[in-house]
Design a protein around this ligand. Structure first.
Ligand SMILES: Cc1cc2nc3c(=O)[nH]c(=O)nc-3n(C[C@H](O)[C@H](O)[C@H](O)COP(=O)(O)OP(=O)(O)OC[C@H]3O[C@@H](n4cnc5c(N)ncnc54)[C@H](O)[C@@H]3O)c2cc1C
Length: 468
């Protein structure tokens, strides 16, 4: 879905905006769209909002538009509402969608526990965005297709955004929603395929790098497209996503106080999972319960234990929190059991003409995995060295978190400086704050954070206004 022309009549009103507060949202992925919805719902008086992203799609950023949109999201409908305080909003939207109801009659009267394709969620987000926009005749919205390369703070505590357009106005508030950065543009002139591989392999062979849900997405897409070759998944730690339960795994967690160091916390969680299984509940319920404690737990750990977690446990944690719908998990297991897909644990090196260098875990020697195609499905973190994030750090407007996973932020997404202070009007939401706020890359957390930012902005500019 392109946004070209969508706001042309509104952008004509840009000349009238000088007296209104101006808000910039950088990035139009899910976090950026969610932020726009939250601003329109919470800031009840007129404002001007400008959305920057070179990606002309408003289908939800990398998570929702990457690969084939028909792949299934790994979060249940009940956790995907974009309306804070109304957890049934997505379910209600699906129930009112005749086409969807006709296609999925078995789940009537409610769809709360099911998993839906990305494109359906993307349509829902876009529709809620459009509805919020058409309900606000008093605001102006402008969509810009330039990347923002730097942000400067001006006198009067406003922000100047540098992009290809030299005529950007000064903004009162800037919300960074740049997530995993800008997708790399493929250069058709550069064929990365190892060309000699065809002569060295008996059967077509594809290597997938990574171990998260992107790998599973790519694997199943290849099979759905009829690919019958060998597939090798290469992962440093070798933990593939675990399975959801057939029914909802309502959060449970022991009431006892959590221990204060990492090895004991780990033991505590393992015991909680074992006990839950013995009592007929699931370890998934405990993981869902753990998420409610994750932020305070993370904050309480000293830096060296956070590093330890990152090195040794993050891959396991991710494989247990980013779970696959049961049917997809069963397909993955079937692939592995058949031997048509194999998982190899180790580290990849440079790509050669006939494949990729690989050092298996525990080995001191490299080998070459011959393959005609190598797909990198690893999830990159936020790009701290991108021009935009570098400019913020260089000017002292933001700092990397202690593990350099993203920017150091507080709960509301305000970048935290060395002395604990924040820069009024500046926010970094979604995965940008992953080193400070566990799980902030997931939809429910992004939704809550976007509304919290909206409330804060509403209070700052219109102290007496009330959210609808
Ligand atoms: C394959 C996949 C599946 C997922 N499935 C689920 C799921 O089922 N459930 C769940 O809860 N979560 C899921 N997630 C996670 C979650 O949805 C994402 O973390 C979330 O969508 C992040 O969105 P974002 O907008 O912050 O980042 P992104 O999607 O990375 O979007 C960032 C946008 O910012 C733009 N941008 C970057 N730099 C600039 C710049 N300098 N100037 C202007 N624009 C810029 C980019 O072009 C991009 O459009 C999934 C993630 C992935 C990758």
């Amino acid at each position: 879905m392109t946004v070209q022309g969508l706001f042309s009549s509104r952008s004509a009103a840009a000349a009238q905006i000088s007296a209104r507060p101006r808000f910039a949202i950088v990035g139009r992925g899910f976090s950026g769209m969610m932020m726009a919805i939250a601003l329109m719902k919470t800031v009840r008086l007129p404002f001007h909002m400008q959305l920057f992203d070179p990606n002309s799609s408003v289908s939800g950023g990398q998570a929702l538009s990457s690969a084939r949109a028909s792949t299934i999201l790994n979060t249940r409908v009940r956790d995907l509402s974009v309306s804070v305080g109304d957890t049934d909003d997505f379910n209600d939207w699906l129930c009112s969608n005749a086409e969807f109801r006709a296609a999925v009659p078995a789940a009537i009267p409610g769809f709360r526990q099911i998993f839906v394709p990305k494109d359906i969620f993307s349509d829902y987000v876009y529709q809620r965005f459009s509805e919020a926009l058409s309900a606000r005749k008093d605001i102006t919205v402008q969509v810009c297709h330039d990347p923002v390369v730097a942000i400067r703070r001006t006198h009067g505590n406003r922000f100047l955004l540098e992009s290809a357009n030299p005529a950007n106005p000064l903004f009162d508030s800037v919300i960074l929603a740049t997530g995993y950065g800008m997708p790399e543009i493929e250069d058709p002139a550069r064929d990365p395929s190892p060309v000699r591989a065809q002569r060295l392999i008996a059967r077509p062979h594809t290597v997938l790098l990574g171990s998260g849900i992107r790998v599973v997405d790519h694997l199943l897409q290849l099979r759905d497209a009829g690919y019958q070759g060998q597939i090798t998944i290469v992962s440093r730690r070798g933990f593939l996503p675990q399975s959801h339960t057939p029914n909802s795994a309502d959060p449970v967690f022991p009431a006892a106080a959590l221990p204060s160091n990492l090895p004991e916390i780990l033991r505590f969680i393992r015991n909680a999972c074992r006990e839950a299984e013995e009592e007929g509940r699931s370890w998934q319920s405990v993981m869902n319960g753990l998420r409610k404690h994750a932020r305070s737990l993370w904050r309480s750990l000293p830096a060296h234990q956070k590093r330890q977690f990152n090195r040794h446990l993050r891959a396991i944690y991710d494989s247990h929190r980013n779970r696959l719908p049961e049917a997809i998990y069963a397909r993955l297991q079937g692939e592995l059991a058949s031997g048509n897909t194999i998982l190899r644990r180790g580290v990849v090196g440079r790509q050669g003409l006939s494949g990729i260098f690989f050092r298996p875990a525990g080995s001191a020697c490299d080998e070459v995995i011959h393959a005609e195609r190598i797909l990198d499905c690893r999830c990159r973190g936020p790009q701290l060295n991108s021009p935009l994030l570098s400019s913020l750090q260089n000017q002292g407007l933001a700092l990397a978190d202690e593990l350099s996973l993203g920017l150091a932020v507080n709960q509301r997404g305000q970048p935290c400086l060395e002395d604990g202070s924040t820069v009024g009007g500046l926010f970094a939401i979604g995965p940008l704050g992953l080193g400070s706020l566990p799980d902030i890359d997931l939809v429910p957390e992004i939704v809550s954070q976007a509304y919290a930012v909206g409330e804060h902005i509403a209070e700052r500019f219109y102290p007496k206004s009330k959210a609808v």
